[in-house]
Design a protein around this ligand. Structure first.
Ligand SMILES: [Zn+2]
Length: 156
């Protein structure tokens, strides 16, 4: 598994965008992120988080609890399929955070390519999941590769 990495980008005002990638495991030290000095609201881009193990889930839950205790507002954007799975099975995985968008997984049987496409979950956005898309690699047909209901159930 790839270690968790992140990079922090400044958003307007005090807000910060934190782009995470890799695997969330017991080795992920999220404390540094929970105590970002001087930063306001946090937005976590989770598209690149491809794995999370049971110890990682525990670390993440501690992390979002620390954010709540520090009264920091945060949101989760571009949640990867691995993150969506946890959001659906672990009640307090999102803590006080909002889920703004998810990444929909598509699979092409012709070239075995996998593509993630973003879906907006903010109020008023269309939550329609297209079953099939043209494959950007081979021109074949990619199919949605998961249970649609698990991607649209979050309110933000
Ligand atoms: Zn293809």
């Amino acid at each position: 598994m790839n270690n968790l990495e992140w990079k922090i980008e400044q958003l307007p005002g005090e807000a910060r965008l934190v782009v995470l990638s890799g695997a969330i495991t017991e080795d992920a030290d999220l404390r540094a992120l929970a105590s970002l000095d001087g930063a306001g609201a946090l937005s976590f881009d989770l598209a690149g988080v491809d794995q999370i193990n049971s110890c990682g889930v525990r670390e993440w839950i501690h992390f979002v609890r620390r954010l709540a205790e520090a009264d920091r507002s945060f949101e989760m954007v571009h949640c990867s399929p691995a993150i969506v799975r946890q959001l659906n099975t672990i009640a307090n995985f999102r803590g006080t955070g909002r889920v703004r968008s998810v990444m929909l997984p598509y699979y092409c049987a012709s070239c075995r390519g996998e593509v993630l496409r973003p879906m907006d979950l903010t109020p008023g956005a269309s939550r329609e999941i297209v079953d099939e898309l043209p494959c950007p690699t081979c021109g074949g047909t990619m199919e949605f590769d998961d249970m649609p209901s698990t991607y649209v159930s979050f309110s933000s």
